[in-house]
Ligand binder design. Structure first.
Ligand code: ATP
Ligand code: MG
Length: 426
């Protein structure tokens, strides 16, 4: 490590101090690309099948994803809360799901009291809302959280795509009427599409079965051969259905336009449902209308798997050499590679001063190793100063072959953090 004296917090950005190291080989016990790359590059570590620790690099990516989601949920009027993972059995008996929810983890306390580990939170959020909402004046309400979920999944071989413990954003919306729920639901479709595209992913809105509570729901699918779901979609318009319910088949004419129906696998990164009044009836969630008459509240729920989203991003954005993070979710904006004895120290300071998130590879290892590891980690921009570059800096995008020579001020301008201009969807 180079001597940085009293730099304090800047220490965090020195690769010599980074808690994780890139592994020499891919892990032997992983099949999925996302898990192989994320483990080898030091973003996550498997604890057991479907259960992962998020390490400094992985957590930075997760926080970026969380920020995008929070910004969009807040802009929509969502209010963030945090509900527990430990759910009393009674709540799940009230809805009848203690017996029917197949992936529910059940545990018993020393005193014989039974609990579920929350796989979703209708059983907690609905009685919560019943405490605070009485009148039509209190509605609508949109509550969300970003929280760990637990599901006893049989198949947990897809790395972050299917966890037994995983991070989810779940928002629940409460309305005076089905009509109000319908319009919020349509708004949410637009917000989800925008939010996934901010994280670098193009999604298809796929109609799928609604489960027990409504005729249909909508999944947000990233079309890729590695996905678990099969999706029929129109090559021309936005028509798409999950194969499990589909009224069309491959080669059919699209029911909406003259396009042809194609099939692809997909990763479901989000799912939105209209729950109607099922849970309001279970927990007597009522409001008084203008005339003082009591009615059941209509509910919608809207999920996004954050850890699955991170896995999906890696499945889509990688090459033979490693991960290629989209700028918006990358753990750092730039990776500065030291090729001389402290030659890039000044540049590192200048970048820090300009507020740029930079990981500085200050280690005493071979240049070749540094460059190989940088490709594996996948930070979008690589910066190198060497004898050849003189006063300039060699700038290479991870997703491009060729590099450019730039001055320090050009690099700073290029990397200037941009604030996202949130536009509320109405
Ligand atoms: P799937 O069909 O993939 O089993 P689901 O339809 O049961 O998921 P929801 O209950 O709607 O999922 O959960 C909301 C979101 O949470 C999903 O769209 C997905 O992104 C994510 N998710 C669900 N199960 C898992 C899991 N086991 N691991 C990681 N993410 C998950
Ligand atoms: Mg699903």
């Amino acid at each position: 490590m180079l001597d940085f004296g009293f730099l304090g917090i800047l220490w965090l950005m020195l690769q010599s101090r980074l808690f994780t190291k890139v592994a020499r080989n891919f892990p032997k016990d992983e099949e999925a690309i996302n898990a192989k790359l994320l483990t080898r590059a030091g973003f996550v570590e498997k604890v057991s099948a479907g259960v992962y620790s998020f390490l400094p690099l992985g957590l930075r990516v997760m926080r970026k994803i969380e920020t995008i989601i929070r910004e969009e949920m807040n802009a929509l009027g969502g209010m963030e809360i945090l509900m527990p993972a430990l759910h009393p059995k009674e709540n799940w008996e009230t809805t009848g799901r203690w017996k029917t929810f197949d992936v529910l983890y059940k545990i018993k306390s020393r005193e014989g009291k039974e609990f579920a580990l929350g796989p979703t939170h209708e059983e907690i959020v609905v009685p919560l809302v019943a405490k605070f909402v009485n009148s039509y004046k209190d509605l609508p309400v949109y509550l969300y959280q970003i929280q760990d979920k637990f599901r006893d999944e049989l198949r947990a071989k897809s790395g972050l795509l299917r966890g037994r413990e995983f991070l989810m954003k779940d928002l629940y919306s409460f309305h005076t009427s089905e009509g109000d729920l319908d319009s919020f639901y349509e708004k949410m479709k637009k917000v989800y599409t925008k939010l996934f595209s901010r994280a670098g992913l193009k999604t298809r809105i796929v109609k799928s079965s609604g489960g027990t509570f409504s005729k249909y729901s909508h999944e947000f699918q990233v079309l890729t051969p590695v996905g678990e779901d099969a999706v029929f979609y129109c090559e021309k318009c936005d028509f798409a259905e999950n194969k499990e319910i589909a009224e069309v088949k491959e080669g059919d004419k699209c029911p909406n336009c003259a396009g042809k129906i194609r099939v692809s696998q997909g990763i479901e990164v989000g799912n939105i449902f209209k729950l109607g009044t099922k849970f309001s009836k279970d927990f007597e969630l009522l409001y008084k209308d203008e005339k003082g008459k009591e009615n059941h509240i209509s509910i919608g729920c809207y999920g996004i798997g954050l850890s699955r989203l991170m896995g999906a991003i890696v499945e889509i954005f990688h090459d033979e050499q490693g991960i290629i993070w989209p700028e918006t979710v990358a753990p750092f904006a730039a990776h500065l590679i030291e090729l001389g004895e402290g030659k890039s120290k000044k540049l590192y300071h200048d970048l820090q001063k300009a507020g740029i998130d930079v990981l500085y590879d200050d280690r005493n290892i071979s240049h070749g190793e540094k460059l190989t590891e940088a490709d594996l980690i996948g930070i979008p921009l690589r910066l190198v100063q060497s004898e050849k570059t003189g006063a300039k800096i060699e700038v290479k995008r991870r997703d491009e072959k060729d590099s450019k020579l730039m001055t320090v001020s050009q690099v700073i301008k290029l990397l200037q953090p941009t604030t996202y201009n949130l536009q509320t969807i109405t």
